[in-house]
Ligand binder design. Structure first.
Ligand code: DX5
Ligand code: ZN
Length: 218
């Protein structure tokens, strides 16, 4: 089943609880939470207190995307804060198997993210251990960027890799996904769709409903 993961990076942080409720009530299954450290990516975003606060009022699957260096330091803390899925960047981990094992030991699902220019071969020997692969379709660090077209082929190739190995791994895409290009990434093989600005600019409830119509149709 396809899933929508609205990214709260584009929400109104002065009304974050309400924005989360809006997308939850409209039927979004995942909540995408972007954590940035100002080192792996240029920007800073949010951390534990924010996640703990919204956790108390939401039953959505918390999909925590760590854009941070050396994430091993914080795996347990993000699990305790309420993450259901923790995704780390392959580019940010020196010992990726160890990090993935630590995520699972913390009792949450494990994801690995790849920047647009990172080849799929980075997953060759770890794919079987993952619950989710996140393909960045922009360079991480900011919302509202334009989808990088060469990523479509990468999504297709990863879908072939997952299916070819008989796996159930979620294939998530993140960056520049809008109502007018989501069909393309679904067709390429993605099944978890992150959308930030396309959900939270304007009427979030209607935007989620419009996305879900396209996602469910597949
Ligand atoms: C970018 C983040 C994304 C971002 C997506 O570094 O990982 O999750 O919020 O925003 P849009 O959908 O606006 O590109
Ligand atoms: Zn993200």
């Amino acid at each position: 089943m396809n899933k929508l993961a609205p990214s709260i990076l584009a929400a109104d942080f002065a009304a974050l609880g309400e924005d989360v409720k809006k997308v939850e009530n409209a039927g979004a299954q995942y909540l995408h939470i972007d954590v940035m450290d100002g080192a792996f990516v240029p920007s800073l975003s949010l951390g534990f207190p924010v996640i703990e606060s919204i956790r108390r009022n939401s039953i959505m699957v918390f999909d925590v995307h760590l854009m941070i260096c050396d994430p091993d330091r914080y795996i347990q803390a993000f699990a305790d804060a309420g993450a259901d899925i923790i995704t780390v960047h392959a580019e940010a981990c020196t010992h990726l198997n160890r990090t993935v094992a630590a995520i699972k030991e913390a009792g949450v699902k494990a994801g690995v993210a790849l920047n647009p220019a990172t080849p799929l071969s980075a997953l060759e020997y770890i794919l079987e251990d993952l619950d989710l692969v996140l393909l960045m379709t922009v360079n991480p660090g900011f919302g509202g960027q334009k989808y990088i077209e060469s990523c479509t082929r990468k999504i297709q190739e990863l879908r072939r890799m997952i299916d070819g190995r008989g796996l159930e791994t979620d294939l998530e895409v993140d960056g520049g996904i809008k109502l007018n290009n989501v069909q393309k990434v679904l067709d390429a093989g993605a099944n978890v769709i992150v959308a930030g600005s396309a959900v939270f600019s304007g009427d979030a409830q209607k935007n989620v409903e419009d996305f879900l119509k396209i996602l469910d149709a597949k």
